[in-house]
Every structure is written in structure tokens, then in C-alpha cells.
Design a protein around this ligand. Structure first.
Ligand code: ARG
Length: 405
């Protein structure tokens, strides 16, 4: 027993999959550590949590901690991403980038509570996720040490990894030849590897799970109204719902109409361009509806300024800087803009398109009397003349000078 107490501990972010199961054994055998597996539920498709927990223990973990992070993920993370209309490189709603910081937060908490020396993750040395884990941990507890087994060991191919797993009595899933690497949570799914590594090849239909092919979507459109209060989604077709419930409803409706697929070339932080396929029906719908409502209620300069900060927000979060003073300051700015983002957006889903069909708000800045070309027009055209004389003056001055030259 006293011998056991002398062993140092590592808290490992554990998914139940092959990679992180191999990590458990490797940390025990190669690094002589006690392993505590942390399993976070962020709404991913998964085996039962009891099953995953038991698998961690069977593989040799001294403890397996299961944390239901779904509510916290929606309220503290996704709501901020939505307020920021966050789309990295104007396309990717940051599915994986958003789940890493919440997992990091709980890894650090469990490590501190259990007196662990190390935090371990199953990311490779080539992606963004290693950055998010390690920079995230250092931002929360600079004294915590890291181990990244997949970056250190020489089991570089899937086959050698499976061989190692079998030799160490780690159950290998039957679908061991699944060609894709998948990460998912309630904000969507990310699919990489296999045939997708050729950017010219159209993703085969078996990569998708949340969306039907737009060709096979229903021939009639589906309409639906999302209600927002202070920037947060609160209802669908008048029925009050939590953020999670709205999201899951939109995932189904948009997905079944073939909406939410993304196929892009993405700039990873580590300098590599990669071909990424995502499906995010609910997230893309919410961002579209939320942005539309902001167009209606936010004053022009604020709207334009916010749009610039949104780009920055997405880059910082993508690059692992969730726990940073700048990101917090941006959140604070964005939060001040959300008070008036209350109202309803009517959406039409049709064969892969999410179309805004209507919007309204008690805070609407749309003034019909100012906008109309009809009889009720209250816009003062006579003032336009004087305004334009001054407005264009500097260009006129420039043009006169040009003509002289
Ligand atoms: N490229 C995306 C990102 O960096 C997704 C990464 C997903 N990870 C995976 N194992 N498929 O956020």
C-alpha cells in the first residue's frame, strides 16, 4: 500500500475509444503512473457512461470520474459562441474547439482534488487539440505537468496501435477499420481522415450521421420559428425550451432537411492546411437566426464593430485561448450587445438551405415610415441634397486636383 501511495498520478481525458484506452495502459507501464480517467459528457454520441467507466477501470485506471457537462457546456460555452456568431474562417462553428476548454477545466479540478502531478490527453502532435488542452491547462494551473502519449510513442499507425492494444488485453472495437477520425458533441460533428484527405473527393455519404443528403431531403419546405431572449434561444414555435432542447430540436429539423454540412479547407494553428468535414445543423441554424435578429436590433456602427470582433473571437478560441484576458474582455463587450437581442426569427429549411423567412422584435430598429417608398414615407428627401453636398465634398476636391494633373 505505501508503495502505491508513492506513485504519482495522472488525470487522463478519456473517451472510451481505442486511443485513450491505450493511453491508460501506456501511462501505467511506460511512465509508472496511477491513472485517473476523466470522462466528460458534452452531448457526444457514445456508449453508456457506465460502460465507459468500467472499461477505464478494466484497463487499469485506479479511478474513473464521469462528469455530465452538458448543461454547463450549453450555458457557459455554446451561449458565448452563439453571442459571438462564432465561425472560424467564416465556416466552422468550432465544435471541437469549444469542448476542449470545458474538459480542461474539469481535468484541472480533478487533478487538484486528487493531488495529481500530470494531466494527460490522447491528442496527436499534429492537430489543434493538443494546443487547446495544454495551453488551457497552463492558463488555469501553470504548475500542472502534461503528458501526451500519442505524441511520444512510436505506435504511429493504426495497425501497430491495434497490435499493441491486443498484446496488452485492451478490447479493440469490432469496427477497427473505421476509416474516419470523429469528434462530436451537441454543437456538431467533425470528421477527418481516410478518403477525406483528398480534397478533390466528395465526402462519401457514410461520413454523415446528423444530416440527410440534400438530394434525398423532403420535397416540401419545413418552417419553424425560433424565439430569442437577450441573445439566447428560448423557444421553438412558441414552445418554451432550454438551450439544449432548442439545439436538439434544430439538429433534427435542419438535419432531416439536408442542412448543416460543411466541407472546407481549414488553416490549423500548427501551420497545416487540412480538409475538414463537419455537420452542424443546429449550430448553423442558431447562428444564422441569431445574426439575423442582431441585424434587426443592433445599431449600425455597433453591428459592424461587433462583426470584426467576432472574427477575432473565433480565431482566439480556435487557437486554444479560451482562458485568456482578451477572450474574457471580448465576451464582456459582446455581452453588452445582447440585451436587446430578443424576438423571433422564422426559418425555412429546404433541401440543404436554411433560409430566413421573417424576423421581428420589440427592440426592432426597422422603421417602416423611414424605409417605405409608399405614401406614409416620413424620410426627409429635401435634407438629402445638403447632406450629399458635404458628404461627397472631399472626393470632389480630389477629382478636381486629379484633372489638373
Ligand atoms: N479541425 C477541427 C478543430 O481543430 C476538428 C478536430 C476534430 N478532431 C478529431 N479527432 N476529428 O477544431
Amino acid at each position: 500500500m505505501s508503495n502505491d501511495n508513492a506513485r504519482k498520478k495522472a488525470v487522463l481525458a478519456y473517451s472510451g475509444g481505442l486511443d485513450t484506452s491505450v493511453c491508460i495502459k501506456w501511462l501505467i507501464e511506460e511512465k509508472n503512473l496511477d491513472v485517473i480517467a476523466l470522462v466528460g459528457d458534452v452531448g457526444q454520441k457514445r456508449q453508456s457512461l457506465d460502460f465507459i467507466k468500467q472499461k477505464a477501470l478494466d484497463t487499469g485506471a485506479i479511478d474513473a470520474v464521469v462528469v455530465d457537462m452538458r448543461e454547463e457546456f450549453a450555458v457557459e460555452y455554446l451561449s458565448k459562441a452563439l453571442a459571438a456568431n462564432a465561425l472560424y474562417e467564416n465556416k466552422y462553428p468550432l465544435v471541437s474547439a469549444l469542448s476542449r476548454p470545458i474538459i480542461v477545466k474539469h481535468l484541472v479540478r480533478v487533478a487538484e482534488e486528487s493531488g495529481a502531478t500530470y494531466i494527460a490527453h490522447g491528442c496527436t502532435g499534429k492537430g489543434n487539440d493538443q494546443v487547446r488542452f495544454e495551453v488551457g491547462v497552463r492558463s488555469l494551473n501553470p504548475d500542472m505537468l502534461h503528458i501526451a502519449p500519442l505524441r511520444e510513442w512510436d505506435l504511429t499507425t493504426r495497425d501497430s496501435e491495434i497490435e499493441w492494444a491486443e498484446a496488452h488485453n485492451i478490447p479493440v472495437p469490432v469496427s477497427k477499420d473505421s476509416p474516419y477520425s470523429i469528434d462530436d458533441n451537441m454543437w456538431g460533428r467533425a470528421i477527418e481522415c481516410g478518403v477525406l484527405e483528398d480534397p478533390w473527393i466528395e465526402p462519401p455519404s457514410d461520413v454523415y450521421e446528423l444530416t440527410v443528403d440534400p438530394d434525398k431531403a423532403p420535397d416540401a419546405p419545413t418552417y419553424l420559428t425560433v424565439g430569442f431572449e437577450a441573445g439566447l434561444p428560448v423557444s421553438v414555435d412558441g414552445v418554451q425550451m432550454s438551450f439544449q432542447e432548442v439545439l436538439s430540436c434544430l439538429n433534427k429539423v435542419a438535419g432531416s432537411n439536408g442542412c448543416g454540412r460543411i466541407d472546407m479547407i481549414e488553416n490549423r494553428l500548427v501551420g497545416v492546411k487540412s480538409r475538414e468535414v463537419y455537420e452542424c445543423p443546429g449550430a448553423l441554424t442558431l447562428i444564422k437566426a441569431h445574426r439575423e435578429l442582431e441585424d434587426l436590433v443592433l445599431e449600425r456602427d455597433l453591428l459592424r464593430y461587433k462583426a470584426r470582433l467576432e472574427q477575432d473571437w473565433a480565431i482566439y478560441v480556435y487557437e486554444g485561448k479560451w482562458f485568456s484576458p482578451l477572450k474574457e474582455a471580448l465576451d464582456a463587450f459582446i455581452a453588452t450587445t445582447q440585451q436587446v437581442v430578443t424576438g423571433e426569427v422564422r426559418l425555412k429549411f429546404f433541401k440543404g438551405s436554411i433560409i430566413v423567412a421573417g424576423r421581428k422584435s420589440p427592440y426592432s430598429l426597422y422603421d417602416h415610415a423611414l424605409a417605405t417608398y409608399g405614401a406614409e414615407d416620413s424620410f426627409d428627401r429635401n435634407s438629402a441634397k445638403g447632406f450629399l453636398d458635404i458628404y461627397g465634398l472631399y472626393l470632389e476636391t480630389w477629382a478636381r486636383q486629379q484633372r489638373k494633373l
